[in-house]
Design a protein around this ligand. Sequence first.
Ligand SMILES: CC(=O)Nc1cc[nH]c(=O)n1
Length: 108
Amino acid sequence: MTKSMNNISFFERFEADILAKRKTITLRDESESHVKVGQILNVYTFESDREFCKIHVRGVTLVAFDALEQRHAEQENMTLAQLKALIQEIYPGISVLFLIEFSLVESR
Ligand SMILES: CC(=O)Nc1cc[nH]c(=O)n1
């Protein structure tokens, strides 16, 4: 099944933070570099492919792994050590990331 360009998945452990607007960025590799500012993305859980919200892409920038700072960690609702460990776990050895800023699309 081809992956829609209007979808994005997150690990289930991030769902509550996204819905509570505590997580407002996500750091991805080049496989998701097609994401564009202004897009509305359908958000699915990675583990079970369950749609749980929609997000509005507000920004897409490049950031070096070594340039990750406390402000990025705060936008992920993590400590900087937790964020760096997560990124290296998901993308071992990565040096440049796509920083996608988003806002939750409020369901009626
Ligand atoms: C499934 C997946 O890649 N999830 C990710 C990856 C990076 N950041 C994030 O918040 N979620």
